[in-house]
Design a binder for this molecule. Sequence first.
Ligand code: GTP
Ligand code: MG
Length: 580
Amino acid sequence: MAPPSRRVAFSAKAKKKQLQNKREENRERDKGDGDFLEKRKKNYVAQHLLTNDSQVAAGPSMEAINLQPRTGRNVNRFNLKFHVESKEEIEARKEIARQAIVPEAESGLELGTDFCFVPGLEFPQRPKWDYNLTQQKLDMKENKYFREYIDEIEKSFPLAELSYFELNLETWRQLWRVLEMTDILLVVIDSRFPSLLFPPSLYNYVSQHLKRDVILVFNKIDLVPASVLAAWKHYFQTQFPLLRIVFFTSLPSYNLRDGGSKSGMKTQRRKGTMKMAAEGAQKLLEVCEDICGTQVDLSAWRSKITEEMALKGDDEEVEIGELIQQVKKPDVGFHQQERFQSGMLTIGCVGQPNVGKSSLINALMGKKVVSVSRTPGHTKHFQTIFLTPNVKLCDCPGLVFPSQLPRTLQVLVGSYPIAHLREPYTAVGYVGKYLNLPELLKMDHPSGEKATEGQEWSAYDICEGWAIKRGFMTKRAARPDVARSANHLLRLILEGRITLYLRPPNYKAEESKWQSHPDVAEITNIQALGQMKDDGWLEAAAEVVDDSNQESEEEDDDDESEEEQVPASSNKFALLEDDD
Ligand SMILES: Nc1nc2c(ncn2[C@@H]2O[C@H](COP(=O)(O)OP(=O)(O)OP(=O)(O)O)[C@@H](O)[C@H]2O)c(=O)[nH]1
Ligand SMILES: [Mg+2]
Protein backbone atom coordinates (compact mmCIF):
# COMPACT_ATOMS: atom_id res chain seq x y z
CA MET A 1 0.00 0.00 0.00
CA ALA A 2 1.29 3.42 -0.85
CA PRO A 3 2.38 5.39 2.21
CA PRO A 4 -0.04 8.14 3.18
CA SER A 5 0.94 11.48 1.73
CA ARG A 6 2.72 13.76 4.15
CA ARG A 7 0.46 16.31 5.65
CA VAL A 8 1.42 19.85 5.48
CA ALA A 9 3.07 22.63 6.98
CA PHE A 10 2.27 22.77 10.60
CA SER A 11 1.57 19.67 12.64
CA ALA A 12 -0.84 19.65 15.56
CA LYS A 13 2.16 19.01 17.80
CA ALA A 14 3.99 22.05 16.52
CA LYS A 15 0.85 24.14 16.86
CA LYS A 16 0.46 22.96 20.46
CA LYS A 17 4.04 23.88 21.20
CA GLN A 18 3.50 27.31 19.67
CA LEU A 19 0.43 27.87 21.83
CA GLN A 20 2.34 26.74 24.91
CA ASN A 21 5.10 29.23 24.19
CA LYS A 22 2.57 31.94 23.65
CA ARG A 23 0.85 31.17 26.93
CA GLU A 24 4.21 31.20 28.67
CA GLU A 25 4.92 34.66 27.25
CA ASN A 26 1.51 35.93 28.26
CA ARG A 27 2.11 34.65 31.77
CA GLU A 28 5.37 36.53 31.95
CA ARG A 29 3.68 39.63 30.73
CA ASP A 30 0.90 39.21 33.24
CA LYS A 31 3.42 38.99 36.03
CA GLY A 32 3.56 42.70 35.47
CA ASP A 33 7.00 42.55 34.08
CA GLY A 34 7.80 45.89 32.54
CA ASP A 35 10.88 44.29 31.03
CA PHE A 36 8.77 41.90 28.97
CA LEU A 37 9.72 43.51 25.70
CA GLU A 38 13.37 43.59 26.61
CA LYS A 39 13.24 39.88 27.35
CA ARG A 40 11.58 39.16 24.07
CA LYS A 41 14.19 41.17 22.29
CA LYS A 42 16.90 39.20 24.04
CA ASN A 43 15.24 35.94 23.03
CA TYR A 44 15.10 37.19 19.50
CA VAL A 45 18.75 38.08 19.55
CA ALA A 46 19.56 34.68 20.99
CA GLN A 47 17.66 32.94 18.22
CA HIS A 48 18.38 35.05 15.21
CA LEU A 49 21.27 37.32 15.86
CA LEU A 50 23.74 35.12 17.64
CA THR A 51 26.60 37.00 19.11
CA ASN A 52 30.10 35.63 18.92
CA ASP A 53 33.50 36.18 20.40
CA SER A 54 34.60 38.81 17.94
CA GLN A 55 31.53 40.81 18.72
CA VAL A 56 32.13 40.64 22.42
CA ALA A 57 35.73 41.63 21.86
CA ALA A 58 34.57 44.54 19.78
CA GLY A 59 32.98 46.12 22.80
CA PRO A 60 29.57 47.46 23.58
CA SER A 61 29.53 50.12 20.86
CA MET A 62 29.54 47.48 18.15
CA GLU A 63 27.01 44.89 17.21
CA ALA A 64 26.54 42.26 14.59
CA ILE A 65 23.41 41.95 12.54
CA ASN A 66 22.02 39.20 10.39
CA LEU A 67 24.36 36.54 11.62
CA GLN A 68 24.06 32.96 10.59
CA PRO A 69 23.51 30.23 13.16
CA ARG A 70 26.68 28.49 14.24
CA THR A 71 27.63 25.43 12.26
CA GLY A 72 30.74 23.25 12.16
CA ARG A 73 32.53 25.98 10.25
CA ASN A 74 32.73 29.37 11.75
CA VAL A 75 30.32 30.97 9.34
CA ASN A 76 30.11 34.05 11.47
CA ARG A 77 33.72 34.94 11.07
CA PHE A 78 32.79 37.90 8.92
CA ASN A 79 30.02 39.19 11.08
CA LEU A 80 31.52 42.61 11.09
CA LYS A 81 30.46 45.29 13.42
CA PHE A 82 28.17 48.20 12.96
CA HIS A 83 28.23 51.45 14.66
CA VAL A 84 25.58 51.38 17.35
CA GLU A 85 23.91 54.59 18.36
CA SER A 86 25.15 55.81 21.70
CA LYS A 87 22.77 56.33 24.59
CA GLU A 88 22.86 60.05 23.86
CA GLU A 89 21.92 59.53 20.22
CA ILE A 90 19.02 57.32 21.21
CA GLU A 91 17.86 59.83 23.79
CA ALA A 92 18.05 62.58 21.16
CA ARG A 93 15.87 60.47 18.84
CA LYS A 94 13.40 59.86 21.63
CA GLU A 95 13.26 63.58 22.15
CA ILE A 96 12.38 64.11 18.49
CA ALA A 97 9.68 61.47 18.86
CA ARG A 98 8.08 63.66 21.52
CA GLN A 99 7.80 66.64 19.20
CA ALA A 100 4.61 67.23 17.25
CA ILE A 101 4.58 65.49 13.89
CA VAL A 102 4.53 67.91 10.99
CA PRO A 103 2.56 66.35 8.13
CA GLU A 104 4.46 66.10 4.86
CA ALA A 105 3.15 66.36 1.33
CA GLU A 106 2.60 63.09 -0.51
CA SER A 107 5.41 64.09 -2.86
CA GLY A 108 7.83 63.24 -0.02
CA LEU A 109 7.06 59.61 -0.84
CA GLU A 110 8.23 60.02 -4.42
CA LEU A 111 11.64 58.39 -4.23
CA GLY A 112 13.82 57.01 -7.01
CA THR A 113 16.60 54.44 -6.67
CA ASP A 114 19.20 57.23 -6.35
CA PHE A 115 17.70 58.09 -2.96
CA CYS A 116 19.74 55.33 -1.35
CA PHE A 117 21.78 53.53 -4.01
CA VAL A 118 24.69 55.84 -4.71
CA PRO A 119 27.68 55.27 -7.01
CA GLY A 120 30.50 53.42 -5.28
CA LEU A 121 28.22 51.32 -3.09
CA GLU A 122 28.56 48.08 -4.99
CA PHE A 123 27.60 44.65 -3.73
CA PRO A 124 30.46 42.14 -3.31
CA GLN A 125 31.13 40.23 -6.51
CA ARG A 126 32.91 36.93 -6.64
CA PRO A 127 36.60 37.47 -7.40
CA LYS A 128 38.09 35.80 -10.48
CA TRP A 129 39.03 32.17 -10.06
CA ASP A 130 40.27 29.25 -12.15
CA TYR A 131 40.37 25.47 -11.92
CA ASN A 132 44.03 25.46 -10.80
CA LEU A 133 43.10 26.92 -7.43
CA THR A 134 42.57 24.47 -4.61
CA GLN A 135 39.40 24.92 -2.63
CA GLN A 136 41.42 26.21 0.31
CA LYS A 137 43.21 28.81 -1.83
CA LEU A 138 39.94 29.88 -3.39
CA ASP A 139 38.41 30.23 0.03
CA MET A 140 41.33 32.38 1.22
CA LYS A 141 41.19 34.51 -1.87
CA GLU A 142 37.50 35.20 -1.36
CA ASN A 143 37.98 35.95 2.32
CA LYS A 144 40.70 38.46 1.52
CA TYR A 145 38.61 40.07 -1.18
CA PHE A 146 35.66 40.40 1.14
CA ARG A 147 37.69 41.99 3.93
CA GLU A 148 39.07 44.52 1.47
CA TYR A 149 35.60 45.15 0.09
CA ILE A 150 34.28 46.00 3.55
CA ASP A 151 37.33 48.14 4.38
CA GLU A 152 36.86 50.07 1.18
CA ILE A 153 33.20 50.79 1.90
CA GLU A 154 33.95 51.85 5.43
CA LYS A 155 36.70 54.16 4.16
CA SER A 156 34.54 55.72 1.48
CA PHE A 157 31.30 56.27 3.39
CA PRO A 158 30.76 57.67 6.87
CA LEU A 159 29.46 54.83 9.02
CA ALA A 160 26.45 56.80 10.21
CA GLU A 161 25.31 57.26 6.60
CA LEU A 162 25.51 53.59 5.74
CA SER A 163 22.53 51.35 6.08
CA TYR A 164 22.85 48.06 7.87
CA PHE A 165 23.81 45.53 5.22
CA GLU A 166 24.78 41.90 4.99
CA LEU A 167 28.27 41.34 6.33
CA ASN A 168 28.40 37.61 6.24
CA LEU A 169 30.48 36.30 3.36
CA GLU A 170 28.72 32.94 3.49
CA THR A 171 25.42 34.59 2.65
CA TRP A 172 26.94 36.52 -0.25
CA ARG A 173 28.47 33.25 -1.45
CA GLN A 174 24.99 31.83 -1.70
CA LEU A 175 24.00 34.74 -3.91
CA TRP A 176 27.10 34.17 -6.07
CA ARG A 177 26.16 30.55 -6.44
CA VAL A 178 22.58 31.34 -7.41
CA LEU A 179 23.77 33.95 -9.92
CA GLU A 180 26.16 31.48 -11.52
CA MET A 181 23.63 28.70 -11.93
CA THR A 182 20.83 30.99 -13.06
CA ASP A 183 19.57 31.29 -16.63
CA ILE A 184 17.01 33.95 -15.77
CA LEU A 185 17.24 36.05 -12.63
CA LEU A 186 14.14 37.20 -10.78
CA VAL A 187 14.86 40.19 -8.60
CA VAL A 188 11.90 40.25 -6.24
CA ILE A 189 10.81 43.47 -4.56
CA ASP A 190 8.01 44.49 -2.22
CA SER A 191 5.79 46.73 -4.38
CA ARG A 192 5.40 49.25 -1.58
CA PHE A 193 9.09 50.20 -1.72
CA PRO A 194 10.40 49.34 -5.21
CA SER A 195 13.17 51.92 -5.47
CA LEU A 196 14.57 51.15 -2.01
CA LEU A 197 14.81 47.44 -2.69
CA PHE A 198 16.24 47.28 -6.20
CA PRO A 199 20.03 47.58 -6.23
CA PRO A 200 21.15 48.95 -9.61
CA SER A 201 24.57 47.35 -9.05
CA LEU A 202 22.95 43.90 -9.17
CA TYR A 203 21.12 44.73 -12.39
CA ASN A 204 24.30 46.05 -14.01
CA TYR A 205 26.37 43.06 -12.95
CA VAL A 206 23.89 40.43 -14.09
CA SER A 207 22.73 42.00 -17.32
CA GLN A 208 26.07 43.38 -18.45
CA HIS A 209 28.71 41.13 -16.92
CA LEU A 210 26.93 37.78 -16.65
CA LYS A 211 24.76 38.58 -19.68
CA ARG A 212 21.67 37.06 -18.16
CA ASP A 213 18.12 38.37 -18.38
CA VAL A 214 16.79 40.08 -15.29
CA ILE A 215 13.08 40.10 -14.49
CA LEU A 216 11.97 42.55 -11.85
CA VAL A 217 9.08 40.97 -9.96
CA PHE A 218 6.82 43.43 -8.20
CA ASN A 219 5.49 41.19 -5.42
CA LYS A 220 2.76 42.08 -2.89
CA ILE A 221 0.86 44.11 -5.48
CA ASP A 222 -2.25 43.49 -3.39
CA LEU A 223 -0.92 46.30 -1.16
CA VAL A 224 -0.50 49.05 -3.76
CA PRO A 225 -2.94 50.80 -6.11
CA ALA A 226 -2.67 49.69 -9.73
CA SER A 227 -2.08 53.23 -11.03
CA VAL A 228 1.03 53.61 -8.85
CA LEU A 229 2.31 50.27 -10.11
CA ALA A 230 1.76 51.32 -13.71
CA ALA A 231 3.84 54.42 -13.04
CA TRP A 232 6.59 52.35 -11.39
CA LYS A 233 6.74 50.07 -14.41
CA HIS A 234 7.38 53.06 -16.63
CA TYR A 235 10.01 54.41 -14.21
CA PHE A 236 11.98 51.16 -14.11
CA GLN A 237 11.76 50.58 -17.84
CA THR A 238 13.16 54.03 -18.47
CA GLN A 239 15.96 53.75 -15.90
CA PHE A 240 16.94 50.15 -16.63
CA PRO A 241 16.13 49.41 -20.28
CA LEU A 242 17.22 45.75 -20.22
CA LEU A 243 14.88 44.95 -17.36
CA ARG A 244 11.69 42.98 -17.86
CA ILE A 245 8.86 43.57 -15.47
CA VAL A 246 6.26 41.24 -13.99
CA PHE A 247 3.58 42.00 -11.39
CA PHE A 248 2.74 39.40 -8.81
CA THR A 249 0.94 38.68 -5.59
CA SER A 250 1.25 35.49 -3.63
CA LEU A 251 -2.11 36.36 -2.14
CA PRO A 252 -4.67 36.85 -4.87
CA SER A 253 -8.15 36.99 -3.38
CA TYR A 254 -8.86 33.29 -4.02
CA ASN A 255 -6.04 32.41 -1.61
CA LEU A 256 -7.88 34.23 1.15
CA ARG A 257 -11.01 33.19 2.87
CA ASP A 258 -13.40 34.85 5.23
CA GLY A 259 -11.99 34.35 8.68
CA GLY A 260 -15.34 34.83 10.36
CA SER A 261 -16.17 37.92 12.28
CA LYS A 262 -15.05 39.37 15.50
CA SER A 263 -16.95 42.16 17.20
CA GLY A 264 -19.10 42.23 14.11
CA MET A 265 -16.21 42.85 11.73
CA LYS A 266 -15.33 40.57 8.88
CA THR A 267 -11.78 39.37 8.64
CA GLN A 268 -9.88 37.44 6.05
CA ARG A 269 -7.35 34.69 6.44
CA ARG A 270 -5.04 32.82 4.13
CA LYS A 271 -6.45 29.51 2.99
CA GLY A 272 -4.82 26.40 4.39
CA THR A 273 -4.42 24.91 0.95
CA MET A 274 -3.33 27.71 -1.30
CA LYS A 275 -3.79 27.73 -5.02
CA MET A 276 -1.25 28.73 -7.60
CA ALA A 277 -1.31 32.48 -8.25
CA ALA A 278 -2.15 31.59 -11.84
CA GLU A 279 -2.58 35.08 -13.35
CA GLY A 280 0.86 36.20 -12.12
CA ALA A 281 2.41 32.84 -13.02
CA GLN A 282 1.08 33.14 -16.54
CA LYS A 283 2.67 36.56 -17.06
CA LEU A 284 5.98 35.28 -15.73
CA LEU A 285 5.78 32.28 -18.04
CA GLU A 286 5.14 34.53 -21.05
CA VAL A 287 8.25 36.59 -20.30
CA CYS A 288 10.33 33.42 -19.80
CA GLU A 289 9.03 31.99 -23.09
CA ASP A 290 10.05 35.19 -24.81
CA ILE A 291 13.56 34.97 -23.35
CA CYS A 292 14.08 31.25 -23.96
CA GLY A 293 12.66 31.11 -27.48
CA THR A 294 13.12 27.57 -28.79
CA GLN A 295 15.99 26.74 -26.44
CA VAL A 296 13.79 25.40 -23.64
CA ASP A 297 10.44 23.67 -23.95
CA LEU A 298 8.17 25.33 -21.40
CA SER A 299 4.99 23.53 -22.44
CA ALA A 300 4.82 21.52 -19.18
CA TRP A 301 4.76 24.76 -17.18
CA ARG A 302 2.10 26.18 -19.48
CA SER A 303 -0.07 23.06 -19.07
CA LYS A 304 0.33 23.26 -15.30
CA ILE A 305 -1.01 26.81 -15.29
CA THR A 306 -3.82 26.03 -17.71
CA GLU A 307 -4.90 23.05 -15.60
CA GLU A 308 -4.77 25.13 -12.45
CA MET A 309 -6.92 27.82 -14.02
CA ALA A 310 -9.48 25.20 -15.01
CA LEU A 311 -9.55 23.76 -11.47
CA LYS A 312 -11.65 25.91 -9.20
CA GLY A 313 -12.13 25.30 -5.51
CA ASP A 314 -10.33 21.99 -5.47
CA ASP A 315 -8.94 21.33 -2.00
CA GLU A 316 -6.25 18.84 -2.79
CA GLU A 317 -3.88 17.47 -0.19
CA VAL A 318 -0.67 19.43 0.05
CA GLU A 319 2.62 17.62 0.04
CA ILE A 320 5.79 19.35 0.94
CA GLY A 321 9.45 18.76 0.83
CA GLU A 322 9.63 16.06 -1.78
CA LEU A 323 11.24 18.24 -4.40
CA ILE A 324 13.55 20.25 -2.26
CA GLN A 325 17.28 19.96 -2.38
CA GLN A 326 18.64 21.96 0.45
CA VAL A 327 22.22 23.06 0.20
CA LYS A 328 23.61 22.55 3.64
CA LYS A 329 27.33 22.84 3.16
CA PRO A 330 28.87 26.05 1.90
CA ASP A 331 30.17 25.23 -1.54
CA VAL A 332 32.94 27.27 -3.04
CA GLY A 333 33.57 25.10 -6.08
CA PHE A 334 30.81 26.42 -8.25
CA HIS A 335 31.15 28.14 -11.55
CA GLN A 336 29.09 29.72 -14.21
CA GLN A 337 27.42 27.14 -16.38
CA GLU A 338 26.42 27.19 -19.98
CA ARG A 339 23.03 28.79 -20.48
CA PHE A 340 19.97 26.50 -20.74
CA GLN A 341 22.14 23.43 -20.26
CA SER A 342 20.44 20.26 -21.60
CA GLY A 343 17.19 22.11 -22.25
CA MET A 344 16.83 23.02 -18.57
CA LEU A 345 15.75 26.44 -17.36
CA THR A 346 17.03 27.56 -13.95
CA ILE A 347 15.24 30.57 -12.51
CA GLY A 348 17.03 32.22 -9.59
CA CYS A 349 14.95 34.17 -7.11
CA VAL A 350 16.89 36.85 -5.24
CA GLY A 351 16.14 40.04 -3.36
CA GLN A 352 16.22 41.72 0.00
CA PRO A 353 14.73 40.03 3.08
CA ASN A 354 10.96 39.79 3.53
CA VAL A 355 10.00 40.81 0.00
CA GLY A 356 8.28 37.46 -0.50
CA LYS A 357 10.76 35.34 -2.48
CA SER A 358 9.76 32.12 -0.76
CA SER A 359 6.07 33.02 -0.99
CA LEU A 360 6.49 33.64 -4.71
CA ILE A 361 7.95 30.16 -5.17
CA ASN A 362 5.08 28.61 -3.23
CA ALA A 363 2.58 30.60 -5.27
CA LEU A 364 4.18 29.45 -8.55
CA MET A 365 4.11 25.86 -7.35
CA GLY A 366 0.53 26.16 -6.12
CA LYS A 367 1.49 24.58 -2.81
CA LYS A 368 3.78 25.17 0.07
CA VAL A 369 7.26 23.90 -0.73
CA VAL A 370 9.43 26.40 1.11
CA SER A 371 9.02 28.03 4.48
CA VAL A 372 7.94 31.67 4.80
CA SER A 373 7.88 34.03 7.73
CA ARG A 374 6.91 37.55 8.61
CA THR A 375 10.32 37.96 10.25
CA PRO A 376 13.03 39.19 7.85
CA GLY A 377 15.97 36.86 7.23
CA HIS A 378 13.97 33.65 7.37
CA THR A 379 15.49 31.64 4.53
CA LYS A 380 19.03 30.76 5.53
CA HIS A 381 20.17 28.43 2.76
CA PHE A 382 19.34 28.48 -0.88
CA GLN A 383 17.06 25.71 -2.09
CA THR A 384 16.16 24.41 -5.51
CA ILE A 385 12.71 23.18 -6.41
CA PHE A 386 11.55 21.58 -9.64
CA LEU A 387 8.53 23.39 -11.01
CA THR A 388 8.41 20.95 -13.92
CA PRO A 389 11.01 18.33 -14.92
CA ASN A 390 12.92 20.97 -16.90
CA VAL A 391 12.23 24.16 -14.94
CA LYS A 392 14.09 24.65 -11.69
CA LEU A 393 13.35 27.44 -9.21
CA CYS A 394 16.00 28.58 -6.80
CA ASP A 395 15.10 30.34 -3.54
CA CYS A 396 17.97 32.46 -2.22
CA PRO A 397 18.27 33.87 1.32
CA GLY A 398 17.33 37.54 1.53
CA LEU A 399 20.31 39.88 1.40
CA VAL A 400 20.46 43.46 2.58
CA PHE A 401 22.48 45.24 -0.09
CA PRO A 402 24.69 48.14 0.95
CA SER A 403 22.93 51.47 0.56
CA GLN A 404 22.40 54.80 2.24
CA LEU A 405 18.84 54.04 3.25
CA PRO A 406 18.23 55.61 6.66
CA ARG A 407 17.86 52.94 9.32
CA THR A 408 14.37 54.16 10.22
CA LEU A 409 13.29 53.27 6.71
CA GLN A 410 15.16 49.98 6.81
CA VAL A 411 12.73 48.81 9.45
CA LEU A 412 9.72 49.81 7.39
CA VAL A 413 10.93 47.99 4.27
CA GLY A 414 11.66 44.82 6.23
CA SER A 415 15.46 44.89 6.10
CA TYR A 416 15.92 45.34 9.81
CA PRO A 417 14.08 43.20 12.39
CA ILE A 418 11.65 45.22 14.47
CA ALA A 419 12.48 43.23 17.59
CA HIS A 420 16.06 44.42 17.40
CA LEU A 421 15.22 48.08 17.20
CA ARG A 422 16.45 50.23 20.06
CA GLU A 423 14.24 53.20 19.37
CA PRO A 424 11.00 52.39 17.51
CA TYR A 425 9.24 55.77 17.82
CA THR A 426 10.92 57.67 15.01
CA ALA A 427 9.91 54.94 12.54
CA VAL A 428 6.29 55.37 13.67
CA GLY A 429 6.80 59.13 13.38
CA TYR A 430 7.97 58.75 9.78
CA VAL A 431 4.76 56.96 8.85
CA GLY A 432 2.78 59.51 10.85
CA LYS A 433 4.06 62.26 8.57
CA TYR A 434 2.26 60.72 5.62
CA LEU A 435 -0.69 58.89 7.14
CA ASN A 436 -3.02 60.35 9.70
CA LEU A 437 -2.52 57.50 12.15
CA PRO A 438 -4.74 58.86 14.96
CA GLU A 439 -7.61 59.11 12.50
CA LEU A 440 -6.92 55.78 10.81
CA LEU A 441 -6.71 54.03 14.14
CA LYS A 442 -9.54 56.03 15.64
CA MET A 443 -7.61 56.99 18.71
CA ASP A 444 -8.17 59.64 21.30
CA HIS A 445 -5.27 61.77 22.38
CA PRO A 446 -3.52 60.27 25.44
CA SER A 447 -3.91 63.61 27.17
CA GLY A 448 -7.55 62.58 27.55
CA GLU A 449 -8.92 65.06 25.06
CA LYS A 450 -11.15 63.67 22.36
CA ALA A 451 -9.55 63.66 18.94
CA THR A 452 -10.19 66.99 17.34
CA GLU A 453 -9.01 68.36 14.08
CA GLY A 454 -5.71 70.17 14.29
CA GLN A 455 -4.70 68.53 17.54
CA GLU A 456 -0.95 67.99 17.77
CA TRP A 457 0.35 64.45 17.97
CA SER A 458 3.91 63.34 18.50
CA ALA A 459 5.07 59.84 17.54
CA TYR A 460 5.16 59.08 21.24
CA ASP A 461 1.55 60.27 21.64
CA ILE A 462 0.48 57.95 18.85
CA CYS A 463 2.17 55.00 20.51
CA GLU A 464 0.73 55.92 23.86
CA GLY A 465 -2.76 56.40 22.40
CA TRP A 466 -2.53 52.99 20.73
CA ALA A 467 -1.29 51.36 23.95
CA ILE A 468 -4.32 52.77 25.76
CA LYS A 469 -6.69 51.72 23.01
CA ARG A 470 -5.28 48.20 22.85
CA GLY A 471 -4.88 47.90 26.61
CA PHE A 472 -1.11 47.44 26.47
CA MET A 473 -0.21 48.33 30.05
CA THR A 474 2.85 47.68 32.14
CA LYS A 475 1.26 45.89 35.04
CA ARG A 476 3.76 46.90 37.69
CA ALA A 477 3.45 50.60 37.11
CA ALA A 478 0.06 50.41 35.34
CA ARG A 479 1.30 52.78 32.68
CA PRO A 480 0.63 52.47 28.95
CA ASP A 481 3.29 50.15 27.53
CA VAL A 482 4.44 52.53 24.85
CA ALA A 483 7.39 50.48 23.64
CA ARG A 484 5.20 47.44 23.07
CA SER A 485 2.66 49.59 21.31
CA ALA A 486 5.34 51.07 19.01
CA ASN A 487 6.54 47.60 18.10
CA HIS A 488 3.00 46.50 17.46
CA LEU A 489 2.33 49.44 15.17
CA LEU A 490 5.52 48.77 13.24
CA ARG A 491 4.45 45.18 12.72
CA LEU A 492 1.08 46.31 11.39
CA ILE A 493 2.93 48.58 9.00
CA LEU A 494 5.42 45.92 7.89
CA GLU A 495 2.64 43.43 7.27
CA GLY A 496 0.77 45.97 5.19
CA ARG A 497 -2.22 46.28 7.47
CA ILE A 498 -1.40 49.96 7.74
CA THR A 499 -0.37 50.64 4.21
CA LEU A 500 2.38 53.05 3.34
CA TYR A 501 3.76 52.90 -0.17
CA LEU A 502 6.15 54.95 -2.27
CA ARG A 503 5.46 56.55 -5.60
CA PRO A 504 7.92 57.09 -8.46
CA PRO A 505 9.32 60.61 -8.89
CA ASN A 506 6.77 63.04 -10.33
CA TYR A 507 3.83 60.70 -9.74
CA LYS A 508 1.44 63.23 -8.23
CA ALA A 509 1.83 65.65 -11.13
CA GLU A 510 0.86 62.90 -13.58
CA GLU A 511 -1.56 60.96 -11.41
CA SER A 512 -4.56 61.15 -13.74
CA LYS A 513 -2.46 59.85 -16.62
CA TRP A 514 -1.53 56.77 -14.59
CA GLN A 515 -5.05 56.20 -13.35
CA SER A 516 -6.27 55.76 -16.88
CA HIS A 517 -3.19 53.91 -18.14
CA PRO A 518 -3.87 50.67 -20.07
CA ASP A 519 -1.58 48.67 -17.70
CA VAL A 520 -4.01 49.27 -14.84
CA ALA A 521 -6.46 46.66 -16.14
CA GLU A 522 -3.78 43.99 -16.41
CA ILE A 523 -2.45 44.73 -12.93
CA THR A 524 -5.93 44.62 -11.44
CA ASN A 525 -6.46 41.24 -13.06
CA ILE A 526 -3.34 39.83 -11.38
CA GLN A 527 -4.35 41.34 -8.07
CA ALA A 528 -7.65 39.53 -8.57
CA LEU A 529 -9.15 42.02 -6.21
CA GLY A 530 -12.15 43.02 -8.20
CA GLN A 531 -13.58 45.59 -5.86
CA MET A 532 -10.61 47.73 -4.80
CA LYS A 533 -10.45 51.19 -6.30
CA ASP A 534 -7.42 53.42 -6.03
CA ASP A 535 -9.14 55.98 -3.89
CA GLY A 536 -10.50 53.36 -1.53
CA TRP A 537 -7.23 52.88 0.31
CA LEU A 538 -7.48 55.50 2.95
CA GLU A 539 -11.26 55.49 3.16
CA ALA A 540 -11.09 51.84 4.13
CA ALA A 541 -9.47 52.89 7.36
CA ALA A 542 -12.60 54.61 8.48
CA GLU A 543 -14.12 51.20 9.04
CA VAL A 544 -11.81 50.34 11.91
CA VAL A 545 -14.03 49.71 14.87
CA ASP A 546 -13.38 50.13 18.52
CA ASP A 547 -11.42 47.10 19.59
CA SER A 548 -9.88 48.43 22.75
CA ASN A 549 -11.15 45.53 24.79
CA GLN A 550 -9.03 43.08 22.94
CA GLU A 551 -5.90 42.13 24.77
CA SER A 552 -4.39 39.68 22.40
CA GLU A 553 -1.32 40.36 20.38
CA GLU A 554 0.11 38.58 17.44
CA GLU A 555 3.48 36.92 17.75
CA ASP A 556 6.46 38.27 15.90
CA ASP A 557 7.27 34.77 14.93
CA ASP A 558 7.46 32.42 12.03
CA ASP A 559 4.16 32.21 10.26
CA GLU A 560 4.05 28.66 9.20
CA SER A 561 0.63 27.92 10.54
CA GLU A 562 -1.87 26.73 8.01
CA GLU A 563 -4.20 29.63 8.42
CA GLU A 564 -2.21 32.67 9.00
CA GLN A 565 -3.88 36.00 9.23
CA VAL A 566 -2.91 38.20 6.34
CA PRO A 567 -3.72 41.66 5.11
CA ALA A 568 -7.26 41.81 3.84
CA SER A 569 -7.24 42.74 0.21
CA SER A 570 -10.40 44.78 0.28
CA ASN A 571 -10.12 46.39 3.67
CA LYS A 572 -6.74 46.22 5.31
CA PHE A 573 -7.80 48.13 8.33
CA ALA A 574 -10.57 45.73 9.16
CA LEU A 575 -7.83 43.39 10.24
CA LEU A 576 -6.78 45.62 13.06
CA GLU A 577 -9.91 44.21 14.54
CA ASP A 578 -8.69 40.66 14.55
CA ASP A 579 -5.22 40.91 15.84
CA ASP A 580 -4.42 37.67 17.51
N1 GTP B 1 0.29 41.05 1.34
C1 GTP B 1 1.19 40.20 0.87
N2 GTP B 1 2.07 39.64 1.72
C2 GTP B 1 2.97 38.77 1.20
C3 GTP B 1 3.02 38.46 -0.17
N3 GTP B 1 4.06 37.60 -0.38
C4 GTP B 1 4.61 37.39 0.83
N4 GTP B 1 3.97 38.08 1.79
C5 GTP B 1 4.30 38.12 3.23
O1 GTP B 1 5.61 38.65 3.37
C6 GTP B 1 6.30 38.01 4.45
C7 GTP B 1 7.65 37.50 3.98
O2 GTP B 1 7.46 36.45 3.05
P1 GTP B 1 8.63 35.42 2.66
O3 GTP B 1 8.16 34.66 1.46
O4 GTP B 1 9.09 34.63 3.83
O5 GTP B 1 9.77 36.45 2.24
P2 GTP B 1 11.28 36.14 1.78
O6 GTP B 1 11.62 37.14 0.73
O7 GTP B 1 11.43 34.71 1.40
O8 GTP B 1 12.06 36.48 3.10
P3 GTP B 1 13.53 35.98 3.58
O9 GTP B 1 13.56 34.49 3.47
O10 GTP B 1 13.58 36.48 4.96
O11 GTP B 1 14.51 36.65 2.69
C8 GTP B 1 5.36 36.90 4.95
O12 GTP B 1 4.70 37.37 6.10
C9 GTP B 1 4.39 36.71 3.80
O13 GTP B 1 3.11 36.26 4.23
C10 GTP B 1 2.07 39.07 -1.04
O14 GTP B 1 2.04 38.88 -2.25
N5 GTP B 1 1.18 39.93 -0.46
MG1 MG C 1 12.56 33.24 2.21
